[in-house]
Design a protein around this ligand. Structure first.
Ligand code: 5GP
Length: 238
């Protein structure tokens, strides 16, 4: 059993610890919840473990469909043993339905289906409010080369296809989501971070009710954990 050693990274909602194996880390999902680049902050009991379990199951689904992920094992309800990656500071966002920042920035009607889905890359940087990137900016800033950018895009679309189908079977529409990738010690690009109701917009297929962090962004604090619990129950097949 891997032992937690020193803290190597403390994010807004997750903490990463070294282990005795230099190629592995333990990611602890905390109960903290933030929005607006960390400006809004609350503690939501049990959120860490719900998200850790949901993310573990989704990463396992992706692995079973040929996507390399950093997931190794859920070792505690809120802790995942993971491959150590050097993270690429890009938030890769895929959108199947127009909403959120897309409809605030572009003349697109809220709620319309996007066919083909939109892919967007944002620079992970709170100080600059995660500005949108394009291939040219990514290359000029030295974040990734063209071959790596192409891998990120291709991989993100494949992940979208797999997850859209997975969620559809449990009565959920995958509206949009954000993923992050990193490189292992051999330079392979691997899916990292998490996929959970914190990083996706998920709507109930029948009622179109929100089942994700948007409730928190809108200040509906009393509804957040019920929604996350519903996603959890459907994912584990309860
Ligand atoms: P939007 O750009 O519309 O605010 O977000 C698009 C999708 O990406 C949503 O599913 C949202 O949850 C996710 N997303 C975008 N930026 C972030 C971020 O900084 N953190 C998290 N957890 N998710 C994000």
């Amino acid at each position: 059993m891997s032992k937690k050693e020193e803290l190597i990274y403390d994010g807004k909602v997750k903490s990463v610890f070294a282990t005795e194996n230099p190629q592995e880390v333990i990611i602890k999902f905390r109960d903290d919840m933030t929005a607006g680049d960390g400006e809004k902050k609350e503690v939501m009991d049990n959120k860490g473990s719900l998200n850790a379990v949901i993310s573990s199951i989704l990463f396992k689904v992706l692995e079973d469909n040929g996507i390399a992920t950093q997931f190794i094992e859920l070792i505690k309800p809120d802790e995942i043993l993971s491959k150590r990656l050097e993270m690429i500071p890009i938030e890769v966002i895929v959108r199947n339905i127009a909403t959120g920042s897309l409809v605030r920035k572009y003349p697109i009607e809220d709620g319309i289906k996007l066919n083909p889905p939109i892919i967007q890359m944002d620079f992970k940087n709170d100080k600059f409010h995660d500005p949108m990137l394009n291939d040219s900016i990514i290359k000029s800033l030295g974040i990734a080369n063209q071959e790596e950018i192409d891998i990120l895009k291709y991989r993100a679309f494949k992940i979208n296809d797999i997850l859209k189908e997975f969620f559809d079977k449990i009565g959920i529409i995958l509206v949009d989501f954000k993923i992050e990738f990193g490189k292992d010690n051999k330079g392979n690009i691997i899916l990292g971070d998490e996929i959970s109701p914190d990083s996706c917009r998920l709507w109930d297929k029948e009622t179109l009710e929100m089942l994700d962090k948007e409730l928190f962004r809108e200040g509906k604090y009393d509804k957040v954990m019920t929604a996350y619990g519903e996603v959890y129950k459907r994912i584990i097949g309860e």
